[in-house]
Write a protein that binds this ligand. Structure first.
Ligand SMILES: [Zn+2]
Length: 140
């Protein structure tokens, strides 16, 4: 699990395999955002690698609403957490005059990756369509 590896890097130590297994078993029903939050909390409070009792203690201390509030305030305001935003572009449609179309772009927060139609592995579904980064299509 990625969070565990990150934790090991943070403390520059490895969590023994048995402990990791125990952690997985004990905490497998915990939501990942909550688990990450608890680990982050542990970073602030302790210079030692977190053990299952530490995690369970922090979990107990935390109200559920606290975690929820924090993860919501982390949400990107520009795309509302979706990773995509839209922008408007005027196109010249010849005799029909000028049209303003709305397009999608990848938000600055980079929650989502750029979609590039020609990179799709499945040849049949390759297109010239792609979603640019928002900075590429609107100045700044
Ligand atoms: Zn965003």
């Amino acid at each position: 699990m990625e969070v565990i590896r990150h934790t090991e890097n943070f403390y520059g130590k490895e969590i023994p395999e048995e402990q990791k297994q125990f952690m997985f078993r004990e905490l497998k029903n915990m939501e990942i955002t909550r688990f990450k939050y608890i680990i982050a909390q542990h970073y602030r409070e302790s210079p030692y690698l977190p053990k299952v009792p530490d995690i369970l203690n922090i979990n107990k201390k935390l109200g559920y609403s606290q975690v929820k509030k924090d993860s919501e305030s982390n949400k990107c305001k520009e795309c509302n957490g979706t990773g995509y935003v839209t922008y408007k572009k005027q196109i010249d449609n010849g005799t029909a005059g000028k049209l303003i179309n709305e397009y999608g772009a990848v938000c600055r927060c980079r929650q989502k990756n750029k979609y590039e139609g020609w990179k799709i592995a499945d040849q049949e579904h390759r297109t010239n369509f792609y979603t640019p980064y928002i900075e590429e299509v609107v100045g700044g």
